[in-house]
Ligand binder design. Sequence first.
Ligand code: ATP
Length: 222
Amino acid sequence: MKKTKKRSFVVIGLGMFGGTVAPALAQMGDDVLGVDIDEGLVRKYANRLTHTAILDARDEVALREAGVGNFDVAIVAIGENLEANILASMNVKALGIKEIWVKAQSLTHHKILLRIGVTKIIHPERDMGLQVAETLHTPYVTDYINLGSDQYLVSFILQEDMLTQGLDKFVSKNDSGACLVGAMRGDKFIDFTNIIDITTETGDRLLAIGTKEQLRKLSGLL
Ligand code: ATP
């Protein structure tokens, strides 16, 4: 099997957000440099990350000397200090990092980051809030991923009557336009390529892809 090319990451700001992203990437085997101005925080993460550096990310020279320009991806996770967040984003860009993800706090901040030309702007509280509302609003949905262009991958809980009527019957009456791709049984993925032979069990989660409209219609069929 072809191996995924490993990428290296620099995470600037090891608060709740950066301090979650950085060790999670390192645990998946990625090369991660964690940076923070707070010595105590850097020490806290020292043995969970590949490299760490105590520095002020407003200082481009300090970032260069720490080798930040050699990393493939930068995640700027400085929160409250807007000036530091913006300068850190500009600095990693000046150091030649092509992919830059930045945590933003406001619409004005978002606009400034767009001007700087960062790759992705994250609003963790807003995005999580929307995700929670969407999940609560749509019956039986346990989780979803926004794929962009109004397409979502959604996980539905299978209902009792669906178990009894059989998956193939359910599939044949699916006129929602959403595409059923498979199911999760515990941590095992069941491929729906050959749907006739598939039996469903209590606790299975059905995976479907479609627009919000199509997925709402599909959840109405469950
Ligand atoms: P979170 O919600 O992720 O905890 P937050 O939104 O409250 O974060 P802060 O705590 O202000 O944001 O910033 C996150 C981290 O960024 C902190 O650990 C802080 O020490 C670090 N930080 C702030 N300014 C700088 C800077 N100039 N250089 C490097 N790190 C910085």
